[in-house]
Write a protein that binds this ligand. Structure first.
Ligand code: IVH
Length: 694
């Protein structure tokens, strides 16, 4: 059901206020029922048009009688344009994770371990392992009051407003036999069709595409405007009822009960009493996962009976009564059509295999990354080979092998190109590098454009009014050829520019209208407030990613200090090795880079750290801290903030230069061992607070 447009015109409905209140209630319930049928039960009862008519009537009435708007009204799902903050919330019951297995033998071990402890028959509930974002939703007196992400298991982010926009999540429960106060937990995910549609639209707008539906769901759930979340077609399946006065003493019956309250529970569950039945469930879904409209990454096996769960208990992180069996990456075979070469912003050349389109893990795959010449050689890839393709965590799948039995007798091995496919320069392969590079960085168009995309990207200058498509147009029109050119663009330069695209036989126009122009210029102006560390990252110095840029900015405070630092001084910075130090020196050794920086500085871009106005003392001055584990009183980030605000420094890994380790629960054993070996004092959060109070 697609609600094309929500609008409440200025039309008025004449009715007495008591009747209006009743009609609002009636429409709210009716529309919620249709939403439930469509989004939870997959049943279409009325047409989109009829639904929209009823919704519009409700909107009109609600506009006229705002006091009568019900909290569970379907109009409340459209979200808000106001930026929200995600407040940390402590889970009343920790959100544990599951231990994972990758082979059937370990599933048998799991069953045997349980059988050793439980004398009676054990019934398992087999479920799919949804590949999304875990969430816990709390209902009080049947009304959705809070939704919180898993976070570190002890505390997560309050994402209530965003979750309320998900149509399959009831805002109010049906019936009257639910506990007064309980939670349901499950997974928020993005179905394949919504994911593909969104990525296609983003690509057209020149925005970065999401690597996979899980990343997309997790990014969406953390968006500040719930009105945008409402447009993204997230879905939610809830697989765990948590609370004190649950109706049944077993998992399966509680889920069925939750279903009767209108909650969307898993469709594909099975009860199993033997290892054979469990393995049957695993085999079936490992084979048929492609038939689902969303991603799963395995199955989950849970002991059904709560008394037996109690007897089995928990380990530090996960219950002994459940286990996740993770699937191996899905693999298909298809034909190699050609190998083309992409030039990145650093000049690195990436070979890409163009394939006969094939369905894989819910999406259509047409291309696969071949990474570098070594991989092509290792695969011994030939023209027209039949290849095996797998999807890892990235959007671009990998070729993992060749079906040698189907190789054509007269096919030739793929030879890596020796000239840049874009500018024709001779390619080089540096010592110890697996990549080939085009060194013509100043003139090779994809390198220039790549640097511009990187500069405007979210983690750098965040000029989101300028996507890759618009940058390309400005570059092609010779309005920009480096970052500094952006800051001298004027309204006259860009207003009215048009470009016609022909994509798959369809024509599309990108036009710089008044509003676009104003937004672009505003975005460029606003980027002058971006802190130095992100500007430094935006320069695109090789090997200087977000974390390294942050470290360098904190250490050197200004671009001038950084430029003047010699290699040894750079090497003294925590986590900066020879490769990074040399790359930084090489970058500043080029006069055109220095000129570019000066032009950016003249335009008002920040090249100095701002003072930390939150400094409260210098009690920890000169001290280096490693913070590790899970804390009970405040979060890890808050501890790190306290360190910096009291003059201390956070470092990522333990070395002889570390002064203290602040350890919470579950600090990794290797860290502990290293700390003990180097004799570094380990303090807990209370001792840390004492240090601050001293
Ligand atoms: S039960 C204490 N059931 O897998 C057990 N989890 O590593 C709580 N997941 O964080 C989880 N599908 O995000 C459970 N059917 C399912 C699941 C499932 C996906 C996720 C969940 C959890 C992670 C465990």
């Amino acid at each position: 059901m697609v609600v094309v447009k929500l609008f409440a015109s200025d039309k008025k409905i004449n009715m007495n206020s008591n009747i209006a209140r009743k009609r609002i209630e009636q429409l709210t319930n009716l529309l919620n029922k249709h939403n439930y049928k469509y989004y939870v039960l997959n049943q279409t009862v009325i047409s989109d048009y009829e639904f929209d008519m009823l919704l519009n009537e409700l909107l009109l009435l609600e506009k006229q009688y705002p006091d009568y708007v019900l909290p569970h009204s379907p109009t409340q799902r459209v979200g808000s344009d106001i930026d929200q903050k995600f407040v940390h919330v402590r889970h009343r019951f920790p959100m544990l994770s599951l231990s994972n297995t990758y082979n059937r033998g370990e599933v048998e071990d799991f069953n045997n371990r349980i059988k050793k402890i439980i004398e009676d028959d054990v019934e398992y509930i087999c479920e799919l392992k949804y590949d999304g974002v875990a969430v816990s939703i709390r209902y009080e007196k049947g009304v959705l009051v809070q939704a919180v992400t898993r976070g570190d298991g002890l505390e997560g982010d309050d994402v209530t407003e965003n979750v309320k926009t998900i149509k399959s999540v009831p805002l109010r429960l049906n019936g009257d036999d639910f506990p007064d106060d309980f939670e349901v937990r499950g997974e928020i995910f993005m179905p394949h069709n919504a994911f593909e549609k969104l990525n296609i639209a983003r690509q057209k707008d020149g925005k970065e595409v999401f690597a996979n539906p899980r990343n997309c769901a997790s990014g969406t759930l953390k968006m500040q405007k719930s009105s945008v979340v409402a447009q993204r077609s997230l879905d939610c399946i809830l697989y765990y009822v948590v609370g004190e006065n649950l109706p049944h003493q077993n998992h399966f019956d509680n889920l069925q009960k939750a279903k009767s309250w209108g909650i969307k529970i898993p469709d594909n569950m099975a009860r199993a009493k033997s290892i054979e039945e469990i393995i049957g469930f695993i085999d079936n879904w490992e084979k048929n996962r492609g038939s689902l409209s969303f991603d799963i990454d395995g199955v989950v096996l849970k002991v059904n009976d709560y008394a037996q769960r109690e007897e089995l208990g928990l380990t530090a992180k996960s219950p002994r009564w459940a286990i996740a069996y993770k699937f191996k990456a899905e693999r298909v075979s298809t034909k190699l059509l050609s190998v083309t070469y992409q030039v990145g912003r650093t000049g690195s050349i990436t070979p890409v295999a163009n394939l006969v389109p094939v369905r894989l893990a819910g999406t259509t795959v047409k291309r696969a990354s071949l990474h570098n010449a070594d991989i092509i050689e290792k695969l011994d890839l030939h023209d027209g080979d039949e290849v095996f393709v797998e999807k890892g965590g990235d959007i671009i799948p990998k070729i993992v092998g060749v079906d040698l039995g189907r190789r054509l007798v007269d096919s030739n091995p793929i030879e890596f190109v020796d000239k840049c496919p874009e500018c024709g320069s001779e390619l080089v392969r540096l010592e110890d590098e697996s990549n080939h590079y085009c060194l013509n960085s100043d003139e090779c168009p994809p390198q220039i454009k790549g640097r511009l995309y990187h500069f405007i990207s979210r983690k750098a200058m965040n000029i989101d009014s300028l996507g890759e498509g618009k940058i390309e147009i400005l570059f092609d029109r010779k309005l920009i050829s480096d970052f500094a050119d952006l800051y001298s663009l004027s309204r006259e330069d860009i207003l009215g520019i048009e470009k016609l695209y022909n994509e798959d036989g369809k024509e599309r126009v990108v036009r710089f209208r008044e509003k676009t122009t104003v937004n672009i210029l505003k975005g460029i102006e606003a980027s002058k407030n971006i802190p130095f560390e992100r500007v430094l990252y935006g320069l695109g110095i090789r090997y200087v990613g977000v974390t390294v840029a942050k470290k360098l900015a904190q250490q050197f405070k200004s671009i001038d200090n950084l430029m003047n630092a010699d290699e040894q001084v750079l090497l003294d910075v925590d986590e900066i090795g020879v490769k990074i130090a040399r790359s930084i020196k090489a970058y500043f050794a080029k006069q055109n880079h220095v000129t570019l920086i000066n032009r950016l500085r003249d335009a008002g871009v920040k090249f100095e750290m701002e003072e930390n106005n939150n400094i409260v003392s210098d009690k920890l001055s000169g001290k280096r801290f490693v913070v590790s584990g899970v804390f009970t009183k405040i979060s890890r980030n808050e501890i790190k903030e306290l360190i910096e605000n009291n003059g201390g420094k956070n470092v990522g890994s333990i070395s002889s230069k570390t002064d203290y380790i602040i350890a919470g629960d579950n600090m990794g054993p290797s860290k502990l061992e290293k700390a003990n070996k180097l004799n570094i004092p380990i303090v807990d959060e209370n001792e840390f607070f004492e240090m601050l109070n001293d």
